[in-house]
Design a protein around this ligand. Sequence first.
Ligand code: MD3
Ligand code: FE
Length: 215
Amino acid sequence: MTLPLFDADSPPRTEPLAPGAVVLRAFAREQAPALLADLRQVVAQAPWRHLVTPGGYRMSVAMTNCGALGWVSDERGYRYDPADPESGRPWPAMPAPLATLAREAAASAGFEGFVPDACLINRYDAGARLSLHQDKDERDMRAPIVSVSLGVPAVFLFGGARRADPVRRIELRHGDVVVWGGPARLSYHGVAPVKAATHPLLGEQRINLTLRRAG
Ligand code: MD3
Ligand code: FE
């Protein structure tokens, strides 16, 4: 028997989490360098920013978007917007390989025909976190959400249908893809404060892409 010396050696594998939720370990690992090159182009057009919540708090996660719609938050609320409020211009196009990856991941979890129109790009520096929330700003809850984790690992918090339900802690590492649909689509979830670490491709950052059908 051979034990892997490094996580980077472990093969892609599927881990069911809950009905409708599946972790595809290392699903995006081979493609990650190409995805990151495409993301650099996106960020050049729509730079990172720290959004403010409707309650007036600056988010510790830096965000931007690509695709026809982008998720934004300000003192007026949360919404999907076809334009970047910082520039007034449309969000950068979604890179085709990213949309294809999301479609293939969704299909392998049983959600055929997933065509994302929004990709929220989250950057976590050491200490950044995302408190427990539901994603409910999308129009059609029948579509899943596909998330791609890149860079340093994070502990993902996966709760239930109610905020007070118990929370499971799942480590998400570079290249892991998670599909959330069906009964898991409205689960409470968040990200624990990201620990300081270094990744060969991303330095001290974690980047998470969430691909959605928002409109
Ligand atoms: C479970 N992002 O952007 S991705 C978010 O790692 C968000 O940046 C986290 O939560 C991150 O809204 C988590 C995993 C995820 C995304 C959407 C979900 C899990 C989900 C929707 C329903 C249930
Ligand atoms: Fe979320």
